[in-house]
Each structure stands twice: as C-alpha cells, then as structure tokens.
Design a protein around this ligand. Sequence first.
Ligand code: PPY
Length: 488
Amino acid sequence: MASNRKVSVDEIRQHASPESCWIVVDGKVWDMTEFAPDHPGGAETILEHAGRDATEPYSAVHPPSLLPKNLPPNKFIGVLDTTTVDTEWTKPPPKATPELTLNQEKPPLQTIINANDFETVASKTFGAKTWAFYSSAATDCITRDANRSTFDRIWFRPRVLVNVDRADTRSRIMGNDVSMPLFVSPAALAGMAHPEGEKALARACKRNGMIQAVSTNASFPIDEIADAAPGHPFIFQLYVDRKRENSAKLLKMVEGLGVVKAVMFTVDAPVIGKREADERVRADLSVSSPMSKSKASEDKKGGGVGRTMGSYIDPTSTWETIAWLKKTTKLPIIVKGVQCAEDAKLCVKYGCQGIFVSNHGGRELDTAPAAIMVLLELQKNCPEVFEKLEVFVDGGIRRGTDILKCLCLGATAVGIGRSFLYSLNYGEDGVEHLIDILKDELETAMKLVGITDLSQVHPGLVNTLDVDHLIPTTVGHPYARWRPRARI
Ligand code: PPY
C-alpha cells in the first residue's frame, strides 16, 4: 500500500463526484473513481458516499478485507486525519444530488414496456444482495451474455401476404393446456424479490394460463405455493439431496399434492458455479429455503447464496440416479441442464419424458454454449429426440421473437427465469404485466413471419447460417491425434 499520508476531511470532500470519487472505510481513504462504474451493486451505491465516510454502509454488505483485495495499491490515498474531523463529517450523508442518487423510486408499471425495462428497474431498486444473487452468473459471465446475444445471430425468413388478423399462441406442456409456450423457469428464492415470492408468481400464472416450475430452493414450501393457485398445474424442479431420503420424502409430498405434472431433475449444478458478484456482497443471514432446509451463510470465499445454500446438492448423481427417480416417483421426468447431443440421446435411453436444454442462465459452467446453440446441436445430431420427448429451452430469452425462434427450431416451450424475478419487483401485477408483454410480442412476431397458430412453426422460418458452422457434430472426434493423458 502507498503511504500513511494523513488526509484531511477538507481534501476528501473535494473528491465527491463521479470524476473523482474518494471514500473512507475504517479510517482509510480510497480512490473509487475507476472502480465505481464496475461495482456489481451499481456505481450509485458508491457515489452516494463520494467524499465521505462510508464505513457503515460498506461494512453492512462487505467483509472488511475486500477493498484492499479489489483495488490496486495506488488507489489507497492515505489515512483519515482524525484531527480534522468536524461535526459536519460525522453527520449522515445529506440527500445526495439527483445525479448521484440511486433511483429508489420505481417508475409506474405502465411505463415498463419490455422485459429489459424490468431488469433495468431491478438493477436500480432491488437490495444489493438480491440484485447480486439474481443477476450474477459464473466467473466472466460469458455464457450468461451469449445466451442472449446468440439470438441476434439467428434471423427470420418471413412469409408475407398471409391473413394474420389473429394469432393463436395456445400450446401444451407435458399434456397441460397453456395460453402460450412459455413457463416460469425454476429459480431459487423468489422471496428475496417480493414477500409473496413464488406465491405471487403462482397466482399470476394461474390467472394467465401459464405454468410455473417451482425450485427446490423456493422461499416457500410447494404446498403453500400450490395453495395460492388451487387446482392449477405446476412443475417441480428437484435437486437430489446428498441425503437421498430427504429427496424421497420431498418427492412423495410433491406427488401427493396432485397438481404437480412433472419433475425437472437439474443435472447441470452438481457443484455451484463461481458467481463473483454474489460472493462479493455480504450474505443476508435471514435468507433460507424450507424445502432444501438450507440457510444463507458466509465463509472465507464470500457470501455467495447459491454456493453456501447449495452444498446439500448431491455431486455423486449419475444416469443411474434417473433409475432411482423413476422408482421413487411416478411423475414424468424432465432432465434439466442438457448441453450436448450425446446427453440428449441418453435422456431418451434412460426413459425420460423431457429434455430441458439449459445452462442455468450461465450461472454454472462459464463458456458453456449458449442454450440456443445446443438446440441447434440437437437438431443436427439427434433430430429424432424431438419426436420422442418434449424439448424445453431457457437462457437469454427476453423477447417474443426469441420464443418464436426456439419454437421454429423444435422447442416444445421455453422458460424464462430472471425476468420473472425482476417483474416480481412490482408484485403479482408486475408478473402479469410481463406475461402480457411477452404474449403480445409473440403474437406480433408470429403475424410478421406469416403464421397464425403454433402448429405452423418450422425451421424454414429462420436462417441460422451465421452460426451453423459453429455447431459441433458428434460423428468422429475432432482431434484425431488425441491421446488420453496418463492417470495419476
Ligand atoms: C441458483 O442460484 O441458480 C441455484 O439454483 C443454486 C442455489 C442453491 C441453493 C440455494 C439457492 C440457489
């Protein structure tokens, strides 16, 4: 670290802008100007305290050792000269000027016109931990971002002069009628976004003929969630517990509810990915999930909710676990987290009823392929699986056009996770608003490619040439001279 230069409060106060932002934490003065724009919790959170003592708000969310770890040594300016502290310095920050403030006020719901708007509002108004947990993804977030951007490389081939006065989005998911081929992807801890969490999602889904997949890590037990939408169908997402008997008990309860129509067995998270934004924000120790019986905690790696709460997940699961699942429940099984053609074929071999192409929103293995690329890989290498079982996909879907592209490439239906959590920022009304937006976007996209119901989707409506050369083939090994490494 640089010097032990004593820095007066007057000097610190001169660095109270985005152009030069110093803060004091535990008596040490830091230059945050360059770091602030990259702060996972948003620049505003830091700028609010520019030119001031930020020890208290900082310590509420970060361990004390984090600043020296995150900043280069030359950002350490010196130590606070306590002899210069005056009464003004000890007062809480005045109401910050508008350009420095977090916009804590949510804009009216009617001004939100797409899924991205919900995300922007969530980034500004969710608590730091909630935002970090939901938005974070593994390491450099390459897969999270590719999930989205790869949709931009697939183009439509619209047909014109078709009577498109109406477009019908109705569909079926695992034998259940739905208003459109979109479901709420399982996501942990919706209670962090809204006190009614998954229950609010359930009510909005029931009212709109949509299916919700409930996570093992939900904020409420599934019987309470099901009670919020009596008689309505659900899907249950399962993480198999290291203690198998816990999962067996849970499955029995789930099956007994009579409204759960399938089990989504998640296989892409035998260990939890390294989600750095989540690790960096201090854990909220009040967070827990009743069905997995896990609680948030903190350790020397940080405050990662997924990592600390996910340690019950059994990393020893294999394809044989599917045989166990089939003995334990009569419910149809969807394998969630399939990421290549070989594994899709194994899902058929092991008698599953569904494949869920997913990389967990980029939260697990970073640089795993974008989900839509895996859908193309299945079409290229094992098109027969689309006839044998239902194929679902999630990852980066934000628009009606994204939904339609997946359907044209053979998906039965698609899932959206994060956007639904962001819409919960407005409670049930927000969720319904998002559903309306996506349905409207899907109808418009259908009409503009020249179809009026979803039986008419086909791959001829999309042009995938820009990515086709990137789709691997499972025939033959790409590296012919490969020799296996010796085992140690
Ligand atoms: C996720 O965050 O994507 C997970 O599914 C992991 C997880 C595990 C346990 C609690 C919360 C999240």
